[in-house]
Design a protein around this ligand. Structure first.
Ligand code: FAD
Length: 491
């Protein structure tokens, strides 16, 4: 058929996965088109995810820290919160980054087609053009012909079917829009996204309730890490409802009245509560069913995911998929690395470069971080997993109460934990399998543990690596020394 545009690689979606794939493909000499329905590149992460949440969390952490300085003889008085200015600050952070992406796309001569894309054949995508700040359709259509495609259409927040359509019920995007500070807020779902947003709103003055179906908050992390966070954050919550389901909600003049039920037979039933704001943070669902995948022959699972192999290839050999749409963990850094793999494989195939064509996603580990205060970060095998899977590990734990820097910072509640292979075959020199950190800046430090795992380091490698003193990062070297049994105990 006829096409308005032709390219080597079509990238559907301009999030971290999509723009990373597009930029790598362009750098490798390919003609690239990105189709994105929104006004700016960056996807969920830059516009309504990672970045705006961290801009607000930074402000909240500074506010909390400043409030604690009176113990050090410095008083600032009660904070005066101007929500409009704060929102503007967050918007500026976003536009600085999205503006940078637009420039990088231009420099690389990547064409951006603004609109809603849907496959119309195995080598054609139709774009219904959009305009304005949202995704208003202009009525105009364009067809893009491609040799290869990378699907990077991401995910969106799950909505509970019984939630009323009301401005007082929001998802993470609505919470980040920061329309005001509620008195009472319910966080529906005790995962990272809900707890991060709860941290922001609570520091700004909201009282929090959280409801979670499972028996603990921040699932995935070891309980000892979460316990430290929970103790430090208990003051934010009126009710932490675990093993509890939300079964109904009603918009009333006083607020959103929410009813609960035990998640298991015989559990206790919390009283219904009324909230000024309800944040739905019960997970994200992939956009696989909304892109006409069937027209290209691409298989989509019941839940909307697209299955791929380690080269990020779908069941259709010339169509690839990356990021949230291919599965868990739904994290930006995973999407970026997958994007690079897809771009390299494609460039390798189109240019006959065997080495590039053999690219594959074979990361051993993908770190997770809750940017709460304190932060909780973990990577690789957790202690809970080791127990469940019967894997024998040697643990090295360094409490920050023994870290000079943590004490100087007034934040010595954290700890650093490393887990080493202690199977008989390891002969006491087992490689590192996982690690977790709870404490300020944990997220900035977890990358070192990921590197150690990727490189197959053992406790001696890490313990004998000289870390600067006094830093929080030192705690990683100390934890390794503890595991190796040669802790020197230097605070
Ligand atoms: P997305 O970022 O979802 O991008 C997909 C893009 O495709 C979107 O721009 C969308 O408009 C576009 N699109 C979809 N369908 C079409 C179509 N048919 N036509 C045209 N365009 C289309 N991850 C982290 O690693 N760290 C964090 O701190 C973090 N914080 C988060 C906080 C929040 C509140 C949320 C919601 C998420 C957070 N995440 C975080 C997750 C992270 O945002 C995602 O993992 C990441 O954005 C996934 O990237 P992606 O490229 O797969 O898709």
């Amino acid at each position: 058929g006829t096409a308005d545009l032709e390219c080597d690689v079509l990238v559907l979606g301009g999030g971290p996965g999509g723009y990373s794939a597009a930029f790598r493909a362009a750098d490798l000499g390919l003609k690239v088109v990105i189709v994105e329905r929104y006004a700016s590149l960056g996807g969920v992460c830059l516009n309504v995810g990672c970045i705006p949440s961290k801009a607000l969390l930074h402000v909240a952490a500074v506010m909390d820290e400043v409030a604690h300085l009176s113990a050090a003889g410095i008083d600032f008085g009660a904070p005066q919160v101007n929500v409009d200015t704060l929102r503007g600050h967050k918007e500026k952070v976003i536009s600085k980054l999205t503006g940078g992406l637009a420039q990088m796309a231009k420099m690389r001569k990547v064409t951006i087609v603004r609109g809603y894309g849907s496959f119309v054949g195995s080598n054609h995508l139709e774009v219904e053009e959009t305009t304005g700040a949202g995704q208003d359709k202009t009525g105009a259509k364009k067809v893009v012909a491609f040799r290869r495609a990378i699907i990077a259409a991401g995910s969106q927040a799950v909505r509970l079917p019984f939630m009323p359509d009301d401005p007082r019920v929001v998802d993470s995007t609505g919470a980040l829009a920061l329309q005001g500070v509620p008195k009472r807020m319910l966080i529906l779902g005790g995962g990272i996204i809900g707890l991060e947003m709860g941290t922001v709103y609570s520091t700004l003055g909201a009282r929090l309730d959280v409801v979670e179906m499972l028996d603990g908050l921040m699932q995935g992390a070891d309980r000892d890490l979460v316990k430290v966070w929970q103790k430090m954050n208990a003051h934010r919550f009126d009710n932490i409802m675990l093993k509890t389901k939300t079964v109904g909600a009603e918009a009333t003049a006083e607020g959103i009245k929410v009813t609960f039920a035990p998640a298991e037979e015989g559990g206790s039933v919390p009283e219904p509560q009324t909230y000024d704001l309800v944040l739905q943070a019960v997970g994200r669902s992939p956009n696989g069913k909304k892109i006409g995948a069937d027209k290209a022959g691409v298989a989509v699972t019941e839940r909307g995911f697209i299955n791929v192999d380690i080269q990020m290839r779908t069941n259709v050999a010339h169509i690839f998929a990356i990021g949230d749409i291919v599965g868990q963990p739904m994290l930006a850094h995973k999407a970026v690395h997958e994007g690079h793999v897809a771009a390299e494989v494609i460039a390798g195939e189109l240019q006959g470069n065997q080495e590039l064509a053999a690219a594959a996603f074979n990361a051993r580990v993908i770190p997770s971080v809750a940017y709460t205060d304190p932060e909780v970060a973990w990577v690789g095998l957790t202690e809970d997993q080791a127990k469940a899977q019967g894997i024998k590990v040697r643990k090295g734990l360094f409490p920050w109460a023994a870290s000079g820097r943590a004490i100087a910072n007034g934040r010595d509640e954290g700890f650093t934990k490393l887990l080493f292979d202690d199977s008989p075959e390891a002969h006491g020199h087992g490689r590192i399998l996982g690690g977790g950190i709870v404490g300020t800046h944990a997220g900035d430090m977890i990358g070192e543990i990921a590197l150690a795992i990727e490189m197959g380091a053992d406790a001696v490698d890490i313990g004998k690596t000289i870390h600067p003193h006094p830093t929080l990062g030192e705690s990683i070297g100390m934890a390794a020394e503890v595991a190796h049994g040669s802790c020197t105990d230097v605070p």
